[in-house]
Design a protein around this ligand. Sequence first.
Ligand SMILES: [Zn+2]
Ligand SMILES: [Zn+2]
Length: 732
Amino acid sequence: MEVRVGVRVEGVVQGVGFRPFVHGLATGLGLSGLVGNDAGGVFIEVEGAPDEVGRFLDGLRTRPPRLAVVERVTTRELAADGRGGFTIVGSDASGERRALVSFDSATCDDCLREMRDPRDRRHGYAFTNCTNCGPRFTIVKDVPYDRPNTTMAGFAMCGPCAAEYEDPGDRRFHAQPVCCPSCGPSLTLRPATGDPLAGAQAMLADGAVLAVKGLGGYHLAARAADDGAVAALRARKHREDKPFAVMVPDLAAARVLCELSEAEEALLTGPRRPIVLARRRPEADLADAVAPGNRDVGVMLPYTPLHHLLVTEPLVLTSGNVSDEPIAHRDDEALSRLGGIADGFLLHDRAIHTRTDDSVVRVFGGRTLPVRRSRGYTPEPVPIAAGRPVLACGAELKNTFCLTRDGRAFVSHHIGDLENHETLRAFEEGIEHFRRLFDIAPELIAYDPHPEYLSTKYALDQDLPSAAVQHHHAHIASCLADNGVDGPVIGVAFDGTGYGTDGTLWGGEFLVADLRDFQRAGHLQPVPLPGGAAAIREPWRMAAAYGVPDDLPVAQRPGWSTVAAMARSRVNAPLTSSMGRLFDAVAAVLGVRDRVNYEGQAAIELEQHADPTERGAYPVSLDGTSEFTVAGGDLLDAVVADMKAGVPVPAIAARFHNAVAALIVTAASRIRTGTGLGTVALSGGVFQNMLLLERAVSGLTGEGFEVLTHHRVPPNDGGISLGQAAVATARG
Ligand SMILES: [Zn+2]
Ligand SMILES: [Zn+2]
């Protein structure tokens, strides 16, 4: 007996070759019926023997196309009509806009083969793509995801491309950005010199800095082995120390630069293609200015056809911006803003709709630990509890926002530091874009209670019920949502600064938290932040705040006595319990760094100095009963004593890291005794410190704790919006 079943497939199922896949699967099993797209995803009707229909449903779930994410398959029985044949029906744009746009995906092997085949009509073509790869999120302007709603709208398909687009048996069936040299985008080089690609490569070989229009924005490129070119790039970009990422032609070249684990290689070669921070080989041929004073280097593989054609040796490929401005993504803005940096421009005429930076990840314990979640990940949703639609506005630095609907949290691309007009505009436009793209009308707005954050001001300007979510609670909730856990847990939130419920600046926090609420179980003893924001830029001020002895080298610098007095009198010196600032103080005392050029620099360099073989640690003790405090000053005293005893800096830096890890274990054990909780969530920017993270996780697991770390969103403030959304959802 024949049966007919109606099937609905939800998730990332449009623009990823799902209908041809369904067509092939059904006809291969001898089933008849139809498949089509609508705004809710893919709808299917299949008819045939019950066993074959069962196999069909299995295949849908277990063998979807490369870029598809099948979130839900629902079925209903229909009356068999015995008509035979299997057809792909037209799109239906009515109804709800629930279909999900895929992330931008690295060029697939089939497309690469065509580009390298001299007989193929796409030989050497820099915009080759298909349903399994290519631009998506960065070019989509509206839904449904169809060519007229992308920045490919202006390119009319030629006959051969249209034939591929219309053929259900073709790899490019309904690939919206499909194109070829005769109908698609093309490259230009300024100044012009014949073939743009050859000209660009010649400029790079000559030591030039080249601006290259990419997928989510402009990059600045220079030969990574060329000291002069990389130093020039650094000077012109006003980026003094922050490491540059390097794009290498292939995995073999990555292995020459870095020691890579299996997990790191899988990330490098996968469809998302983030920058992977990996251990640099000492003998790697990289200019000193690529990643000064860093044992690691950020490396990535080509992810667009243009990269594959352009990159024949390691190139520094860094965001096309000046210092802290957002990455340039429009041609006019790139030409004016990057004109003083780049010697030339490699341009193309496919517009970038949404500015999207490269993602940055590490591998920790064999799993992804995101540092910046953007291109290749956005807009893939993170699953959370269902509830009212929420807009979460994120924090100030490394801002992302997040919109939720039907159990999905759409965490935005990296917006950047909300400190200037450009990033604020990207934030506001991004929210509007996501609302349209995912058809979300938020009923609740979540924000950080810090009164000075632009994201907070934005939230309070909206005509919506609002929910304030304390910064460190948001960090822990972010880690819980990241792991699909509700809590309660012991939350350890260590970062630079966040606004506390008592009006002081928190950042060395031990919480008992679930998604709904939290209690402060303990924290680092507050110290003054002399000069406020100035103390964040100048770590030596934190050494003064901790009152280290006046005979240390750090105390000999100009301004010391003034700042020390400021700290003692508490004038212009708000209190902070920040763990990041304790790292700053130690870095300054050890002479590692007394002034920073980017957020977290002193702590990063302190970690780089630490000797990983050193197992010693300084003693730490907790005082207080209901809300314990930890004396950070004791740790500094121990650091100073070792320094005066002539202990080498790498050993002291390591002992300090080990002490902070031991402190986490001691504090968690105290909280476990009082509450019976056995799970610890680690979040906040300080946990980007791999030495601390590794020591803390091994210490905690050694004491029988279950430990939650981040895998989907960063532990830094880029993950705050997800945490805010999770808390607002739990509160309802
Ligand atoms: Zn492809
Ligand atoms: Zn064409």
